[in-house]
Design a protein. Structure first.
Lengths: 325, 266
């Protein structure tokens, strides 16, 4: 009994430290645009949310999707079209992007979850490539040009998002909602079943869980949240192009997540931040960015397979951030 | 045919408890290879039924067929009077026919307590609630702890399942299975790879479990089978060659040949 109470006290202390860290991070995020270039920060937030959404599937359900660009880039197109052509408000445009990505996720997930492992990954890749060609051909996406000059508009009709600070706090809000949703899903009764599926799928089946339904639900949730990231990105940069639906984008989000640490809440955020920062600062250097990110990725895989955050947790004696109560 | 499944009829056996799971003419082909054929089985309430046979006899295939992890090529399976021949595996589990696996089936990176709670979570629709806090599951903790207490795992409930010894993992697996309150428990080699001190514990647990439910187990350890099981079905090369209590089966000539490893004639 005695050691149990100590472990409980330790757990409480850890929870308190965690909330403290969350508070500090929140304050830093609120203050950040006064110290850094807001567009850069917003790009980071969008990719961080994208990676977190991807991690919901890979890290907490054990499904490796190689087609997440379809949701990210698809939502970008939907939002851009709704805002530019139909004159929707930004929040309505973003919601449409999220809904579109969720629907896309439902269709892709429906086919992909029938297979496991590498076959699952290949089906998601094939379907997202089909979506890429759809985007290349469909008239509303404007082909190679993409949808340019998307107006940011006025949030709720009166907050002018063309002001960088307003836009930043809008994106920060979306990011926090998305990350909170993921945290809630992971630490919920449903998330528990997802983890049990990740751990041992046939055992979960033998306990009476219809595994396919859980996987599909997780897939749709992940797609919708990736869509939220893509929809916000389109408003930040005011365009939606084919870049966001390419398979390279699907690969990039895998890289970010692995680099930061799969199966941790913080890992994808750190990984995305690092990759985006590298891309930004190396864009002007003589080195090709892809070579450097590639080298970092290899070092990461060779030296700390758990990713940056995963490795830190391991050193601190934690196996899975989500198990913390 | 031998009078291998006399259990399915006969006035002398009227006093036997009711049949909860029955299979008739079960057959499974794998691309031309017949893994299992003409298997008839009756699993009775409050009885421990063993499925034995040499390696490759098709025991695990029969298990997979009964629990619907494999679809039978022919035959019929009834559970509590209900035809489940074409039911989905998760559905069968929900009806109360729950299996364990040959390879210890736990959720390695969940705690021992959470392993059991995952099983308790399904009734009441707690599985799909993605918007609620994990503390919703706290109401399942007393029941989970009680189950762990029964199998002697209570002190290790905060460990990760991966950190348990092999024998303890199997015990955890049984506790998890019991959490579903199954009507029939199918145990695929529950004692395989266990030290003999754990074998005794698990045998006791199984005996306790079988007081108010049926148990069908695949087991290699004949001593365990002799001590524990009320009825034994012997499979060889996919077919039943004998069935009965231990005394009957162990004196059967065909069984002796199968277990002595005598060369087959064909």
């Amino acid at each position: 009994m005695a050691d149990l109470t100590t472990s409980e006290i330790q757990g409480q202390a850890r929870a308190r430290t965690e909330w403290l860290l969350v508070g500090v991070a929140l304050a830093a995020l609120l203050a950040a645009p006064f110290f850094f270039y807001p567009i850069f920060l917003m790009k980071m937030l969008c990719f961080a949310l994208f990676a977190c959404a991807f991690n919901l599937l890979l890290g907490f359900t054990g499904l490796l999707s190689f087609g997440h660009a379809a949701f990210f880039g698809g939502a970008a197109y939907f939002t851009a079209h709704a805002v530019k052509e139909w004159g929707w408000t930004p929040e309505a445009g973003v919601l449409l992007g999220v809904a579109g990505a969720a629907l896309l996720g439902l269709v892709m997930g429906f086919f992909a979850i029938r297979r496991q492992g590498i076959y699952f990954a290949m089906i998601t890749l094939a379907l997202s490539q089909m979506f890429f060609f759809f985007c290349l051909q469909a008239p509303f996406t404007k082909g190679e040009d993409g949808i340019q000059g998307v107006p940011r508009g006025h949030l709720f009709g009166f907050i002018d998002l063309s002001m960088p600070l307003n836009m930043y706090y809008f994106v920060l809000g979306g990011f926090l909602i998305g990350v909170f949703a993921i945290w809630r899903i992971v630490n919920s009764p449903f998330g528990m079943i997802l983890k049990s599926i990740r751990e041992n799928e046939s055992r979960a089946t033998s306990l009476g869980y219809s595994v396919a339904r859980y996987k599909l639900a997780a897939f749709v949730m992940s797609a919708a949240l990736a869509g939220l990231a893509g929809a916000m990105k389109t408003l930040v940069f005011q365009f939606a192009t084919l870049t966001d639906v390419t398979w390279q984008m699907s690969g990039e989000v895998i890289l970010m997540t692995l680099l930061g640490g799969i199966g941790t809440m913080l890992g994808p955020i750190v990984g995305a931040g690092l990759v985006v920062a590298l891309q930004n600062y190396l864009a002007t250097s003589e080195f090709p960015v892809t070579v450097i990110t590639g080298a970092i990725f290899m070092i990461c895989v060779l030296l700390f397979r758990r990713g940056i955050v995963g490795e830190v947790y391991a050193r601190l004696g934690r196996t899975d951030s989500s198990d913390a109560r | 045919m031998l009078d291998a499944h006399a259990g399915s009829g006969g006035a002398a056996l009227d006093a036997e408890p009711r049949v909860v799971l029955s299979a008739r003419g079960l057959r499974r082909d794998f691309a031309g290879f017949v893994a299992v054929k003409n298997v008839d089985l009756d699993v009775r309430h409050a009885r421990i039924h063993a499925l034995i046979g040499p390696n490759g006899a098709g025991k695990t295939t029969v298990f997979n067929l009964l629990t619907k992890f494999l679809a039978p090529s022919a035959g019929r399976i009834e559970f509590m009077g209900r035809d489940i021949t074409n039911a989905a595996p998760a559905k069968v589990a929900r009806l109360g026919l729950v299996r364990s696996f040959q390879i210890s089936a736990t959720f390695p990176h969940l705690s021992v307590l959470d392993n059991v709670r995952v099983a308790l979570q399904r009734p009441g629709g707690l599985g799909y609630q993605f918007w609620r806090s994990l503390s919703t599951l706290d109401l399942l903790t007393p029941r989970a702890e009680q189950l762990l207490e029964t199998v002697g795992l209570h002190d290790e409930r905060h460990k990760l399942a991966a950190d348990l010894s092999y024998g303890r993992k199997r015990v955890l697996e049984i506790a998890t299975t019991l959490a579903l309150d199954p009507k029939v428990l199918l145990l695929d080699e529950p004692m395989a790879g266990m030290g003999h001190e754990d074998v005794g514990i698990v045998a006791e647990i199984i005996r306790g479990v079988a007081r108010d439910r049926a148990v069908l187990m695949v087991e290699h350890n004949l001593k365990v089978v002799a001590d524990l099981c009320d009825w034994i079905t012997v499979l060889q090369r996919g077919e039943i060659i004998a069935a009965g209590d231990y005394a009957t089966v162990s004196s059967d000539e065909q069984v002796k040949i199968a277990y002595m490893g005598t060369a087959y004639d064909d």
